[in-house]
Ligand binder design. Sequence first.
Ligand code: ARG
Length: 475
Amino acid sequence: MVTSNIDTLVAEVHTLMAQSDKCKKAFGLYDNMLQPTFIGRPVEFSEADFPRVEYQRRQQFWDPVRLALFTLAIVAIIGIAIGIVTHFVVEDDKSFYYLASFKITNIKYKENYGMKSSREFTERSHQIERMMSRIFLRSSGGGRFIKSHVIKLSPDEHGMRIFMVLMFRYPSTDSAEQIRKKIERILYQSLKTKQLPLTINKPSFTLTSIDSKKMRNLLNSRCGIRMTSSNMPLPASSSTERIIQGRETALEGEWPWQVSLQLIGAGHQCGASLISNTWLLTAAHCFRKNKDPNQWIATFGTTITPPAVQRSLGKIIVHENYHRETNENDIALAQLTTRVEFSNIVQRVCLPDSSIKLPPKTSVFVTGFGSIVDDGPTQNKLRQARVETISTDVCNRKDVYDGLITSGMLCAGFMEGKVDACKGDSGGPLVYDNHDIWYLVGIVSWGQSCALPKKPGVYTRVTQYREWIASKTGI
Ligand code: ARG
């Protein structure tokens, strides 16, 4: 190694000396120092092994590598500087909210449009919201549109009137009025150029700028809408986590209908879901040991301690036909003594129409404060897991639950196990995302141990109890 280095050095010096007098002068110092070592040592080299250009490059300060690095550094510094300047001078984007109202003339109003939980309202509002995305997402102002929600459909002599909230993001230096004009222009342009499924009556169109508080209040007339605390819509939850070994829910407001039911003095017992300002839906088996509402409290928020909101219970209604042996009709209602106000942190989930049927392998989410290992302790931070619905036929197979699944139950999980709800998640929500509106499709009920293969979670099938819920609560 050392020898070869010295050989190389010797070779280089020799080449340089051989090249020109100038070089010899420049390396005079080394000449003197190294000279004795050279004596008597024949050095073999050819110019092809050490091309001339190599040596010339080493002599120059501005060799290409240095030049490239220097340029890169300058570019990086300029880039960072521009970034800093834009960050402070050109301010960030800000959310702008508008209430839009307009008439639609090619659709007749239906009685059920007045009921927001009806299938008719749901489908029609999705169609209108899709149309708005089409108008704004593909316009020149593109990416500025976030989303829209229909607030109300009301009868009108020529069809019906629509009220909806529109959300945009624009630079905070823009004024609400400027943006309003832009939005109007885009919409009018689309009315002329785009084939839209609904005929919007242009003169009836009004657009009013509203603040985030007003926007949230308007959205509160609808169930199952999630928002972050900064009033941004939450991204769709898509990852596969699990309550068992799963992740804590990252964002406040991700599952705003999640409730922890606690026995005073004994802490968290069960989950529940908020379905109105005062009503909770949970599992009947949660009240097996104690049905006295005075002994219970309900908390909201992503942690048990500290809770975001806390309420006492005034009433507990357990399903009349709940059977502890078979787990049939494992459903119960609990009423809060005082109502909770809806916010981004506390929000009700939608109840699905009794006719809704989810096909097998539909993605659904289960959330809870339950244990992450069989018989483990309650978790202080809310956890979530993505699971998939499993058909009753499969779930009733001999090697699965062998006929234990009745029409009021719904299986969800994975045949290979691994992802599941567990002890302490009972009564909690299994929810389904339908175009950014979340529906309660199941209530955590039972399962053989947790996350075992061929033993998925079994949930109370909420659609089956839609009428029962309505009969007790009017919801
Ligand atoms: N019964 C349990 C409880 O009281 C919940 C069971 C859910 N089990 C399951 N493997 N998904 O919390």
